[in-house]
Design a protein around this ligand. Structure first.
Ligand code: PGA
Length: 260
C-alpha cells in the first residue's frame, strides 16, 4: 500500500474534562460544523460521557473513542472498564499508553502491550501513544525511547494489527504550548515508521497511520501536516474548542491523492 493511501485521522482527547451538558454541547457543535472533511475524525471522551456523546454523534461520521481500557475481559477489577464494554457502549477507538497514564499511573510497556492485545481482540481500534520526556530528549535518548516503546508492540499477528494507529507525543510538548517543530516531528515519525518496518515489514509500516500530538492548534496544524510521515493529530486542549478543532480537522496541506 502506498503512503498516499493513509487517510489522515484527527482525534480529540478530551482527557478528564467537561460535564455531561458540556460534552453534549461540544459534540453537537462538532457534528453540526463538520461539513465535508477529508480527514477521519474521532473524539476520545471520558467514560462517563461515552453514552451521551454517542447519542449526539449518531448519523455523523465522527467516531467515538475512549482514553483507556483494562486488558481483562471481565471480573473483579474495581474501577476498570474492558474493551468489550467500550465497544458495547459505542466506542470504535481507544487511546492506549498515553504519557499521562505512563507517568501518573505507572503504566509500563508491558501494560501497554496487554491493553493493545485486549483492544485488538475485541475489535477496538487502538491509538498507541509513544514519546520521550524533556529529560530523555536532552540526554539524546529520544530514539532509544521510541525504539523501546515500539518494540513493546512487536510480535503480534500483522493481520490483527491492521487498525493500529501510533501517536508520537513528545511529553515536553503536551499541554505546554511548546510544539515540536514540523522537522522534529517528521524526524521522529520517520524513525518510528522504520522501527515498525523492522518488526512488521515495509508494506505494513507504509500503511500505518502515525499521528502527532503535543500542543497542536489551528496555527500549527498546516505546517505539521505538510510533513510526509505525519498522518494526522491527537489533539488535547484545542479539541475542547469547537472552532479550533474544526479548523484543525480542515487542515490545509498538500493533497494526498487516492486517500482511502
Ligand atoms: P495537548 O495534548 O494538545 O493539550 O498538548 C495532547 C495529548 O495529550 O494528547
Amino acid at each position: 500500500m502506498s503512503a498516499n493511501l493513509r487517510r489522515p485521522l484527527i482525534a480529540g482527547n478530551w482527557k478528564m474534562n467537561l460535564d455531561l451538558r458540556q460534552s453534549v454541547e461540544l459534540a453537537r457543535a462538532l457534528k453540526d460544523g463538520l461539513g465535508q472533511a477529508g480527514a477521519e475524525v474521532a473524539v476520545c471522551v471520558p467514560f462517563t460521557s461515552i453514552a451521551v456523546v454517542g447519542e449526539v454523534l449518531k448519523g455523523s461520521p465522527i467516531r467515538l473513542g475512549a482514553q483507556d481500557l483494562h486488558w481483562e475481559k471481565e471480573g473483579a477489577y474495581t474501577g476498570e472498564v474492558s474493551a468489550g464494554q467500550l465497544l458495547d457502549a459505542g466506542c470504535r477507538y481507544v487511546i492506549i499508553g498515553h504519557s499521562e497514564r505512563r507517568r501518573y499511573f505507572h503504566e509500563s510497556d508491558e501494560v501497554v502491550r496487554k491493553k493493545l492485545k485486549a483492544a485488538l481482540a475485541a475489535g477496538l481500534w487502538p491509538i498507541v501513544c509513544v514519546g520521550e520526556t524533556l529529560e530523555e530528549r536532552e540526554r539524546q535518548q529520544t530514539f532509544n525511547v521510541l525504539k523501546r516503546q515500539v518494540e513493546a508492540l512487536a510480535g503480534l499477528a500483522p493481520a490483527e494489527l491492521s487498525s493500529l494507529v501510533i501517536a508520537y507525543e513528545p511529553v515536553w510538548a503536551i499541554g505546554t504550548g511548546k510544539t515540536a517543530t514540523p522537522e522534529q516531528a517528521q524526524e521522529a515519525h520517520l524513525f518510528i515508521r522504520n522501527a515498525v518496518a523492522g518488526h512488521y515489514g515495509k508494506d505494513f509500516a507504509q500503511a500505518l497511520r502515525l499521528l502527532y500530538g503535543g500542543s497542536v492548534k489551528a496555527e500549527n496544524i498546516d505546517s505539521l501536516m505538510a510533513q510526509p510521515d505525519l498522518d494526522g493529530a491527537l489533539v488535547g486542549g484545542e479539541s475542547l474548542k469547537p472552532v479550533s478543532f474544526l479548523r484543525i480537522i480542515h487542515f490545509q496541506a498538500p493533497a494526498r491523492s487516492g486517500a482511502r
